[in-house]
Ligand binder design. Structure first.
Ligand code: FES
Length: 167
């Protein structure tokens, strides 16, 4: 009897330990993906400098109270018309990181090059296009303007207009 209790206690403590490590890992991953790019926020406009982004890296920041992401794609990634654009020969994509099903925040899984929405299993590709699950359409592209390596969200620049005209 005592052996069963000790085994149960041991299993309980082991499970709690694994859960704690998992929770810490999840919080660290969320914090990492929310580390902002250097940004300036004024009057509904958010300007971010993308010059420090590494290939395959995604950064999320806040624009008008909503999460917006910028992803620098790899050279061998396919350019998705209506979603991706080039700055100085490098491929980028941006979007509102809000699921088009019921508004949860999908997390980017870099090794899969997909956004996964934990709420109901929605899947988006790295350009924000819905692939599977209940999301009915791609994630929205926020209005933005490009000036050198700076993107200003809230302004409708030429690249933004071209992207949304092809969507
Ligand atoms: S809110 Fe994302 S799949 Fe439902």
């Amino acid at each position: 009897m005592e052996e069963n209790v000790n085994r149960r206690d041991f299993l309980g403590m082991s499970l709690a330990g694994v859960a704690t490590i998992g929770a810490i890992g999840t919080l660290y991953a969320m914090k990492k993906s929310w580390d902002p790019l250097p940004s300036v926020v004024t009057g509904g406009f958010t300007t971010v400098d993308i010059s420090q982004l590494q290939v395959g890296e995604l950064k999320t920041f806040e624009w008008r109270g909503q999460p917006v992401y910028v992803l620098k794609k790899a050279a061998d990634d396919t350019k998705v018309e209506g979603r991706d654009f080039e700055v100085n020969g490098e491929l980028y994509t941006v979007g509102l990181q809000v699921c088009t099903h019921l508004g949860c925040i999908p997390l980017y899984v870099a090794n899969k090059k997909e956004f996964l929405c934990a709420c109901h299993g929605g899947v988006f590709n790295s350009s924000g296009v819905n692939l599977a699950g209940p999301p009915p359409r791609p994630m929205e592209i926020p209005p933005f303007n490009i000036d050198g390596t700076k993107l200003t969200f809230g302004e409708e620049g030429e690249v933004y207009k071209q992207l949304v005209s092809k969507a």
